[in-house]
Design a protein around this ligand. Sequence first.
Ligand code: TTP
Ligand code: MG
Length: 406
Amino acid sequence: MARTIMHIDLDAFFVSVEQVLNPELKGKPVVVGGRPDKRGVVASASYEARAFGLHAGMPLVTARRLCPRAIFIEGSFSKYREASHRFMTILADFSPYLESMGLDEAYLDVTGFESIHGSIYQMAVAIKQRIKDEAGLPSSIGIAGCKIVAKIAADLSKPDGLMEIAVGEERSFLAPLPIAKLPGIGKKTGTVLNSLGIRVIGELANVPASVLKSHFGTFGEILHRHANGIDDRKVELPGAAKSISRETTFGQDTRDHSLLKATLGYLGERVGAELRQEGSQARCVTLKLRYADFTTITRRHTLTRATDAHQTITSIGLKLLARALSQEKQLVRLIGIGVSNFTEPGRQLDMLDTSDQRLEQLNKAIDRIRKKYGFTAIQTGRILPLKDIFPESDDGYTLHTPSLSR
Ligand code: TTP
Ligand code: MG
């Protein structure tokens, strides 16, 4: 479904808060980070200071050399936290689909909100105005169909900016920008890309995903998608449990091992498929069982390495199941499996060994076929017993608790 995402980022955040508290600092080159005679770096520089080449991360001594008349402020975190809270509260008034990314930055999913505000652009104008009126802070907003494009649009529009990228325009918008504008491309990745003759995002977009993958692993594939303006990441709600789970209640309480294993296998496959779709990997696998008398137990195992392979998830689930059943003789009423403790893929590329890579390739192929022909187009031997019990659809099996059997 087409989405509309906003990325909102406050301008020169620490400095702007200082300027609210002391209006004499407005319109001047101001640096928050500490006294220039101290060791340390610039945390935030006003746009007037940036005109002299100052930027976050620059040693304070260098900053003073480049801009001797800059005003240097130590800063205090509690003020910034308070201002951040005010900022987020305003955003939450506009959409409950709010994901805050640190103190001065957030994504809002505003899909369908145009009817309330006239247009999404008008909504963004209203948001900027309220942040200005109620917190005294300047902000910049990017609007697009996905997170990555919205974030880059906000960044490009700074300061006090507002930029909307129409659906279909993502690639042409990104194409002329230097690759460093793409979040995630730091010095190291940038150097490798430069050595391949890639300087702007449009050039990166034209490199086959397989080539980027050979250089950067899974991160290379993400780069390829992002450079092409494709980003499926959802706006994650705060406190939204970082976990994915599937469970089902049996039509009749059971101790039938082959049914229990088949059901667990199936639920594990669903969990793995969703993890991969989310582009996440998880380290913790949890088995849930509810017995005939309604006592519910969970058993969990933490992996040394995050995974998105249902094979791994299921095999751990089965071990936990065998152990649980050996200690409890009651019939089972409900079974479930979940994963938590997420990491983004790409964080642990160097550690992937060949068996992991083969599993990853296999699961990609499985996902592709299922996307085309339906979930039950591929079934592992373990879950085949379900065939005789549950009706099938393109979406998989219809278990007894349909809302949970996605
Ligand atoms: P940013 O949003 O990256 O920077 P900014 O708000 O100062 O400037 P702009 O968004 O207009 O480019 O970071 C938000 C705050 O986080 C920033 O005000 C200070 C703090 N910060 C640091 O302490 N150290 C850093 O290296 C960076 C980048 C930010
Ligand atoms: Mg900012």
